[in-house]
Design a protein around this ligand. Structure first.
Ligand code: 5GP
Ligand code: MN
Length: 320
């Protein structure tokens, strides 16, 4: 794919969007591209659509301009989908379906073919934000754009710690902090800081976690009643699964929360032996080798049994 401005040559109406329940990488990449396009194409109409992100991302400039619902039927010249395939963009799908040209920028291995007429898919990239960086002209960046990209990369790499962090990721991050924003503070604010209730429910989920397969798997679940008791939303549960993954001896961590009766959102993390993207894809979800998710129906025990079957098979193969 060419640089984004070449791809958008003389375009009037551009929509930028990402996945439902947007995480740091999704918010960062969508906002970075939105800020860049508004700056570089002042004559064009540029709209960014996302479900309302967590309040921690209020530190990203222009976030108040995000459109959190899609009431109007607008026919865009170009619709850019970032950090996902078009099947997870929610209400903004109608803009994707009617746009003259579609561009897909993603790093999920389960979206290897891309859903756009033009695709920039690199499963080896740390984050969608790193890919957005590659499509911009460096000379046109500023502190606001750099900050949004940096937040995205930091979130999807667990602050430059996960195995998706490459020398290139660090080089990009080094260039970004050169724009001069308070990078230690925004990482604290958006990644590490938790409210009292978020910490309480994390503690509860850890306390109730159960190890199985000789301690190589761990699972925990939060139901709607418990979420209501602690007054938390799904966004408040971020980070629980990675905490479970850090348990010594664990190869695969599973965290579920109840969406509605007999429906669970599943998050999985692996330490390398299990390809959780494969497990998630089997149940209609997707993600990365070491971090993936899906939505499952059935009782909690049905879900665990079905997931375990696939995880056990992979662990057995890894041993053989
Ligand atoms: P998380 O567990 O943090 O929600 O997601 C981990 C990774 O898997 C993220 O990259 C996320 O985009 C992806 N993922 C989570 N749930 C789904 C899903 O239902 N479908 C697909 N395609 N990807 C998912
Ligand atoms: Mn991502």
């Amino acid at each position: 794919m060419k640089k984004i401005l070449e791809e958008l040559n003389r375009t009037d109406r551009i929509a930028v969007t990402g996945h439902e329940r947007p995480d740091g990488d999704c918010v960062g990449s969508v906002m970075a591209l939105y800020l860049y396009l508004k700056k570089m194409l002042p004559e064009a109409v540029v709209d960014a659509y996302l479900e309302k992100p967590s309040l921690v991302f209020d530190c990203i400039d222009g976030i108040e301009e995000l459109k959190t619902d899609c009431p109007e039927d607008i026919c865009y010249d170009v619709c850019i989908v970032i950090d996902t395939s078009a099947d997870r963009i929610g209400a903004a799908k109608k803009y994707f379906d009617t746009a003259r040209k579609t561009i897909n920028i993603d790093h999920h291995i389960t979206n290897a073919d891309g859903c756009g007429t033009v695709n920039y898919i690199k499963p080896d990239a740390s984050s969608a934000s790193e890919l957005v960086y590659e499509l911009l002209e460096e000379k046109d960046l500023d502190a606001s754009i750099a900050k949004a990209i940096y937040i995205g990369i930091a979130h999807d790499t667990g602050v430059f710690q996960y195995s998706n962090t490459t020398p290139h990721t660090m080089e990009v991050a080094a260039k970004l902090i050169g724009y001069g924003f308070d990078f230690p503070r925004i990482i604290d604010q958006t990644f590490y800081e938790k409210t009292y209730w978020q910490t309480q429910i994390l503690g509860r989920a850890l306390l109730e976690s159960i190890r199985f397969m000789d301690g190589r798997c761990v699972v925990s679940m939060v139901d709607r009643k418990t979420m209501a008791f602690y007054q938390v939303t799904p966004q408040d549960l971020d980070g629980i699964v990675s905490q479970l993954r850090s348990i010594k001896g664990v190869e695969c961590a599973i965290f579920l929360y109840e969406l509605e009766q007999q429906t669970y959102k599943v998050s999985m993390r692996s330490n390398g032996k299990v390809d959780v993207a494969k497990v998630a894809a089997y149940f209609g979800g997707g993600g990365h080798v070491r971090a993936a998710g899906c939505t499952m129906r059935g009782t909690y025990y049905d879900c665990i049994n079905n997931l375990s079957l696939h995880i056990a098979r992979q662990l057995k193969e890894a041993k053989a």
